[in-house]
Design a protein around this ligand. Structure first.
Ligand SMILES: *[C@@H]1O[C@H](CO)[C@@H](O)[C@H](O)[C@H]1NC(C)=O
Ligand SMILES: *[C@@H]1O[C@H](CO)[C@@H](O)[C@H](O)[C@H]1NC(C)=O
Ligand SMILES: *[C@@H]1O[C@H](CO)[C@@H](O)[C@H](O)[C@H]1NC(C)=O
Ligand SMILES: *[C@@H]1O[C@H](CO)[C@@H](O)[C@H](O)[C@H]1NC(C)=O
Ligand SMILES: *[C@@H]1O[C@H](CO)[C@@H](O)[C@H](O)[C@H]1NC(C)=O
Length: 445
């Protein structure tokens, strides 16, 4: 009898959970991915457009929304979209990176089904295969708090997305060919803001009002510094977490990162430069767009404000100044149900070292000496149907080996509900960014 009751409990809870998630709204998107001419740096290039747009259409959503995104691949190559920052809780096969999600074959369509469960914040989507990101195909994702949830700042008068990143005049197939020929990725040719080169984009504000800017680095290779002439920025959100609200005059935004700042149009009515420039590069690339006061008395004047260039300490200190606001509204994402991270026992330590070996004459990138190669059978299918011989757990070591690079369908094992400590090691002389997917990560050192 006791057992029977336990079962009904489980059923009841299940029914309740199903009903509750059934109430979360659905948002439908239909996207056609095509090639099309774009001129971001003044030369004609074949870009990847979504519904004719570069950058692609924005996704605007609210916490817990279900997003149904039907993607038609009209390119002549397989195409795969990743939803950077969306946690894909129990849903890793929608994540859009190779290994968990199959690419959409040319001429075919696929419908991504995701829920932005318990999430808020600013993110972006991008194509994850074959350097497609160097041709476009990316766009912004906004997840707003539900109406009754307090947000730790007043509603801004406007909400702008800034997708900034480096850009090559060479197309994605040429970039791929350089690596396949054993060459290094070249230095980018310029920077774009929302798909445009210098002075290609204008953000209009009313004097005296406060605006939210969501800035993402959607580039391929370089960290960026972001600043607005004559204006301070109040940092309020970092990738889905409300931050302690500090004021900055410029912000470093590394590859893949997204920050939200509040900017008050509190200066004399004219136009001002919005500037992005590369960080840690010997040649500094800079691009501007315009902050235009609606009652502006004049165009931008003076040189665009300079920013930090090669200073590393400056960047580290700034990163250390960014802190989660533990009392602000927002999701409570820690599955262990605790903010006392220091008290949770680590179950697994992983050290990951990147390297750039040349393997069989091709420039490759490796982690703990292993450069991933796809298997013929998709990994998720092999896992689900227990097909042996496709991959082996432990086919990538948990620690750097110091050995030369080799190709492998690498899969690392981890325990469900484990609490892993991941240590990144970069012995190279170039800056590295890691795209770590589908989990919550807390920077501890
Ligand atoms: C996608 O766009 C291409 C080019 O405009 C068009 O030929 C094709 O029919 C479109 N496909 C869909 C599914 O809308
Ligand atoms: C592909 O598109 C067709 C026609 O619009 C639709 O009926 C089908 O459900 C779609 N398939 C997937 C996997 O989304
Ligand atoms: C990329 O550019 C090369 C010429 O440099 C051209 O042959 C190739 O077709 C282009 N590829 C795409 C996908 O546009
Ligand atoms: C943190 O959030 C709380 C609650 O919204 C807010 O009152 C407080 O000002 C925030 N603290 C900082 C330093 O931003
Ligand atoms: C961590 O491990 C210690 C020693 O084994 C144990 O006493 C403690 O309860 C564990 N903490 C948690 C949060 O499980």
């Amino acid at each position: 009898m006791g057992d029977y009751r336990a079962v009904s409990w489980v059923l009841l809870v299940f029914v309740l959970v199903t009903c509750i998630s059934g109430e979360d709204p659905y948002r439908f998107f239909t996207w056609n991915v095509t090639y099309g001419d774009i001129y971001p740096l003044g030369v004609k290039q074949q870009g990847i457009l979504i519904n004719g747009q570069f950058p692609g259409p924005p996704i605007e959503s609210v916490t817990n929304d279900n997003l149904i995104i039907s993607v038609y691949n009209s390119l002549d190559e397989p195409f795969l979209l990743s939803w950077n920052g969306v946690q894909q809780r129990r849903n890793s096969w929608q994540d859009g990176v190779y290994g968990t999600n199959c690419p959409i074959p040319p001429g075919k369509n696929f419908t991504y089904v995701l829920q932005v469960k318990d999430q808020i914040g600013s993110y972006f989507y991008f194509p994850s295969l074959a350097f497609h990101k160097a041709a476009g195909g990316y766009g912004g994702i906004k997840i707003s708090s539900r109406p009754l949830i307090p947000v730790p700042f007043p509603p801004p008068a406007g909400d702008y997305t800034i997708l900034a990143g480096d850009w090559y005049k060479k197309n994605h197939t040429d970039l791929k060919a350089i690596l396949d020929g054993g060459g290094d990725l070249p230095f980018p040719d310029g920077l774009l803001i929302n798909g445009r080169g210098s002075n290609g984009y204008t953000f209009t504000v009313d004097q005296g009002k406060t605006y939210r800017f969501r800035i993402s680095n959607v580039g391929i290779a370089t960290s960026l510094n972001f600043r607005i002439q004559g204006h301070k920025m109040l940092l309020v959100e970092v990738e889905g977490t409300h931050a302690l609200q500090n004021t900055y005059s410029s912000l470093d935004i590394h590859l893949g990162q997204s920050y939200s700042v509040l900017v008050t149009a509190d200066q004399p009515a004219q136009d001002y430069y919005i500037v992005v420039s590369t960080r840690f590069t010997s040649q500094v690339l800079t691009t501007t767009s315009t902050l235009h006061y609606s009652n502006s008395a004049g165009r931008v004047s003076g040189p665009p404000p300079g920013g930090p260039t090669i200073q590393i300490d400056w960047s580290l200190n700034q990163a250390r100044s960014i802190r989660r606001n533990l009392t602000a509204s927002g999701p409570r994402p820690n599955p262990q149900g605790s903010y006392h991270y220091g008290l949770i026992n680590t179950t697994h330590t992983i050290r990951l070292a990147n390297s750039a070996p040349v393997i069989s004459g091709k420039q490759r990138y490796a982690v703990n000496s292993v450069s991933f190669i796809p298997a013929d059978t998709p990994l998720k299918l092999a896992d689900y149907f227990k097909i042996s011989g496709v991959f082996n757990l432990g086919s990538i070591p948990d620690n750097p080996t110091g050995g030369g690079g080799y190709l492998q369908t690498s899969v690392m094992a981890a325990d469900f509900r484990g609490f892993a400590e991941v240590v990144f090691e970069n012995p190279e002389d170039t800056l590295q960014s890691w795209h770590i997917d589908g989990h919550n990560f807390f920077v501890v050192g």
